[in-house]
Design a protein around this ligand. Sequence first.
Ligand code: CP
Length: 330
Amino acid sequence: MHNPQLDKDGRLKHLLSIEGLPKKILNQILDTAESFVGVAEREVKKVPLLRGKTVCNLFFENSTRTRTTFEIAAKRLSADVISLNVGTSSQSKGETILDTVDNLIAMHADMFVVRHSQSGAAHFIAKHVPDHIHVINAGDGRHSHPTQGLLDVFTIRKYKPELHNLKVAIVGDVLHSRVARSEIHALTTLGVPEVRVIAPKTLLPAHVEKLGVQVFLDMKSGLKDVDVVMMLRLQNERMNGALLPSAQEYFKTYGLTQDKLNLAKPDAIVLHPGPMNRGVEIDSSVADGAQSVILPQVTYGIAIRMAVMAILAGGTGHASHGQTNQDTAS
Ligand code: CP
């Protein structure tokens, strides 16, 4: 079946989910991101790959990291960036999403970055826009958050380059997590041999093992000897009714403390997509500790988002192919 994210030649046209994307494309994004990491260290933190292009950030749901890093990424690629303030836009007067999109297309937008609480929102927009316009899903409901999955794998690869030797545990509210779904698809597609999920039964989707993961209901067996621990936020806003006795009880059983982390390999790294609930899914001593790579995840998010936008815009997607004279001189 045709993947709507790819054009007829198999090139990336939209980024809507990791599911169904070939390993070759995931590696293209990761390798391209590698070339963008150094841009932040240049005196002029810019390359002209998206000069003359207009990127519209449409965030219909709150965000700190994703929205800001997409904006920084687009600016580092020299795009013109519009971050629509949905709260003060004509959405509040009843305008439909597609009318908003059509009006921005009439202003010559080239790319939309979309976050929405409804699963499928970015797909809906991608089906509507003309061929020359690209759509990136920045998180839709509990479905998918592809750039988060990619930046998580990129961060893991930075610290643990041999993906084919790793044991990775994803811990917490898998049921409501678009991040977990994207991470699982990215890790399994890229050949990580052992991906575990650890959660109480009430926070696991039915038949989650069909995604190619091993299921653990307790931290003691689930964390044993893993190389990577990926914590998930407890997503109270997506829970209908009580799925847990209390946040304190959850922390006692599934919260990542140093004692529990000591069950993993001594050099294991800890990731969290943010925002964190300290004292609920993770203890501050771990979040701020020596094994945490939570802030590097945020930094690498810029390079991943630059890579995705550069590839979609049809450039070579390599930082060295977009140097300005100033860049070359510095
Ligand atoms: N990880 C993540 O999506 O964070 P934000 O909600 O702050 O964008």
